[in-house]
Design a protein around this ligand. Structure first.
Ligand code: NI
Length: 176
């Protein structure tokens, strides 16, 4: 397994719509998934999209740690990949989500996201999966899906006062 270099905001690969994955079970994609999981774990992230490791393909890895689960409808989930995902908002209710991104180290911001989304795609074994996501899962799926369309979370922010360094928010609290 290999730790991959993470592209940081400003790199053009993060601004480009990614291409569909043609062969999810190919050794190169399976190795990429393994390496992305290792890279995400090493960096302490909860999601990582292929463009963030300089691969402009439509897949990401993600999980819901027990500490981020928001209740029975948003249970902890083990790490998996979602390949060629499709996300569809359910209703128009929005929630404020505090997000960080491994491509924007040291910072976090409050981002309006759909409270519920329907997702579909392939898991890492190439099996079709679909479901309704709420809570933290809905948040991480929307953040990672945006990476596949070349969108970083600051673009989604509506109140830029609520954008700051982790250290300052930990010290002084999150601006509201
Ligand atoms: Ni990100």
């Amino acid at each position: 397994m290999t730790l991959l270099k993470i592209a940081r905001m400003g790199h053009p690969v993060l601004l480009r719509p990614a291409d569909p994955v043609a062969l999810p079970l190919s050794p190169d994609i399976q190795t990429l998934i393994d390496d992305m999981i290792e890279t995400m774990d090493d960096a302490g992230g909860v999601g990582l999209a292929a463009p963030q490791v300089h691969v402009s393909k439509r897949l990401f890895v993600y999980f819901v740690p027990p500490s981020r689960s928001t209740g029975p409808e948003d249970p902890p989930r083990p790490v998996d990949a979602l390949i060629n995902p499709v996300l569809t908002p359910v209703g128009d209710a929005m929630v404020d989500c505090t997000e960080g991104c491994l491509s924007i180290p040291g910072l976090r911001g409050v981002v309006p996201r759909f409270a519920q989304v329907r997702y579909a795609g392939l898991d890492r074994s190439g099996t079709p999966v679909e479901g309704l996501a709420t809570g933290f899962l809905a948040n991480v799926l929307q953040h990672e899906y945006d990476h596949l369309d070349g969108i970083l979370y600051p673009t989604r922010m509506t109140d830029h006062r609520r954008f700051g360094f982790n250290e300052e928010w930990l010290r002084h609290g999150e601006p509201s």
